[in-house]
Design a protein around this ligand. Structure first.
Ligand code: ADP
Ligand code: MG
Length: 524
């Protein structure tokens, strides 16, 4: 990609060794660009998508330049959630493995006494959530007098979670000669203000273009479904793909609970994660998932933000996300660190326009895919069974069963016996009782309207959208593609809005031309 090696970045031996142990081959773009600058002591604002290795970017710089003494902390890292604080902590421990370095995670939900004791024993790097950190500062158990490095990780998330005032209070309680590194996927105005007030004037901006790492490595597909078939579609997809580890997203906590229950009752190894669950519970679930003891994790956006699990092969949007950024966050859970991943979205006709907007905003291509038929699923399962049988035969570890087989041989045809055994295996492997071979595809999502107004009338797509929006009182998300021609135009609109648009806009005038509207032939 950029052919820069970790050895080129100016890092010391111990770190290079640790990086090697972690199996990183080459620095990601944000690492290659920010580490050398951070090593020179500059403040940095780093903007890059999730999954691009920002933790190691600041971790390397801090660990390289710090002289640890296990007394008062020299570095403070603020992260939005407990899960993220824990993950950052783990990564720093791995990076600092060859240094005499003590890293301490501090977050709410953990006994505060234990944190008091750990802080008293002396630490070099504290990683924590703003609320609990502030708590310790106020109680006097955390002293920031020696802080040389401050990291605001996932700053936009901290802002979204309402931590901005806590952060300001924390920053004010430390000395101003320090290096501040701020990382964020997006750069809203409040973050810029924060930087202006609390970072050095010569701070360096490093922005890595979207799509450079994660999204481009992720194959994105959508399935057009009827609302009533949502669950069956999910079962078909996962029965066919057999993901190693998949995260399935729902819009609401209730949605998570219901889906988990439905999946469990069909025998899938799955658990849910959302904000109503205790911290302990969520951590246990995440641990199980990380260790491969769960095939599926069903989560809300909030619960899954930033969680980093290696080897997630699939992200499935059971419900579409609320906004485009959530989509990027979600699918960033797969294809981590240059691995390939698959992202699926289930969309009803009604949701189709939202999907198109996501596609446009994220500059990605989301291909349509057909829901697997029952035949296709069975074929996959048959192949599995044949492979399992072959493997077992080749391992020759079935001597105990030979007498039983011989006994059956006297009574039955062995081909029948084998087929019966395979059916038993098969029944275990499929969850859903697929009564029809293929699901019906829903009627088209959009209606294509013909309007008797065109370029010669001096209209642009924008004036047209505004006209339709204002005249028919529909949202811009109900208006899709526009083909603007010289004398007329076609506008794709949401199925549930077209009648309203025809009623209200037909016969109206735009740029002094009276508009006639008809339903055009479907194109898609
Ligand atoms: P971000 O904070 O940008 O969302 P993380 O720092 O959590 O991303 O990194 C995502 C994953 O990529 C982690 O599992 C991390 O260990 C791994 N990773 C980071 N840098 C590299 C690299 N240079 N090569 C391979 N894997 C990496
Ligand atoms: Mg991060």
């Amino acid at each position: 990609m950029n052919n820069i090696k970790f050895e080129d970045l100016g890092l010391k031996e111990g770190l290079l060794k640790a990086i090697k142990d972690m199996g990183f081959e080459e620095p990601s773009q944000i690492q290659a660009e920010s580490i050398p600058i951070a090593l020179q002591g500059f403040d940095i604002i780093g903007q890059a998508q999730t999954g691009t290795g920002k933790t190691a970017a600041f971790g390397c710089a801090i660990i390289n330049n710090m002289t640890p003494n296990r007394k008062l902390p020299k570095a403070l890292i603020l992260a939005p959630t407990r899960e993220l604080a824990i993950q950052v902590n783990e990564e720093l421990v791995r990076l600092g493995k060859h240094e005499r370095l003590s890293v301490l995670p501090i977050y709410g939900g953990q006994p505060i006494d234990r944190q008091f004791r750990a802080l008293k024993q002396g630490v070099d790097i504290v990683v924590g959530t703003p609320g609990r950190i502030l708590d310790h500062i106020r109680r006097g158990s955390l002293k920031l007098d020696e802080i040389e490095f401050l990291v605001l990780d996932e700053a936009d998330e901290m802002l979204n979670m309402g931590f901005i005032e806590d952060i300001e209070e924390i920053v004010k309680s430390m000395k101003s000669e320090r290096q501040t590194l701020l990382f964020s996927a997006t750069m809203p105005k409040e973050i810029k203000n924060l930087a202006q007030r609390y970072m050095k004037k010569d701070l360096q901006h490093i922005s890595i273009k979207k799509n450079s790492l994660t999204v481009s490595k992720i194959s994105q597909y959508y399935f057009e479904i009827k609302h009533k078939d949502r669950f069956e579609t999910l079962c078909r997809i996962i029965d066919f793909d057999e993901p190693n580890a998949a995260i399935i997203f729902c819009k609401t906590k209730k949605g998570v609970d219901e889906l988990v229950e439905a999946m469990q009752s069909r025998g899938y190894v799955v658990e849910g994660m959302h904000g109503d669950m205790t911290q302990n519970h969520r951590m246990m679930t995440l641990k199980k998932f990380k260790e491969g003891n769960l095939d599926f994790l069903v989560a809300t956006d909030v619960a899954a933000r930033g969680i980093d699990v290696e080897g997630v092969t699939h992200v499935i949007n059971y419900d579409l996300p609320q906004d485009n950024e959530s989509y990027v966050h979600r699918i960033g859970r797969t294809g981590r660190a240059n691995r390939e991943g698959i992202a699926y979205s289930l969309v009803t006709p009604r949701e189709y326009i939202s999907l198109k907007q996501i596609q446009k905003a994220t500059k990605s291509t989301i291909h349509r895919k057909a829901v697997p038929t029952a035949d296709e699923i069975f074929e996959t399962k048959f192949k599995n069974i044949i492979n399992d049988v072959k493997e077992t035969i080749e391992e020759e570890d079935f001597a105990n069963f030979v007498p039983i087989a011989t006994e059956l041989d006297e009574e039955y045809n062995l081909v029948d016996v084998a087929a019966a055994l395979m059916k038993m295996l098969f029944d275990k492997q499929t969850s859903f009782d697929y009564s029809q071979n293929s699901l019906e595809t829903p009627a088209s999502a959009e209606v294509r309207l013909f309007l008797s107004i065109g370029r010669r009338d001096g209209i642009t797509p924008k004036t047209l959208v505004n006209f339709i929006k204002n005249t028919a009182r529909v949202g811009s998300n109900q208006i899709g593609d526009i083909d603007l021609l010289e004398n007329f135009c076609f506008v794709n609109v949401a199925e549930d809005a077209y009648a309203r648009i025809m009623d209200n806009c037909s016969g109206q005038k735009l740029n002094r031309r009276k508009i006639n509207i008809e339903v055009a032939k479907q194109k898609r």
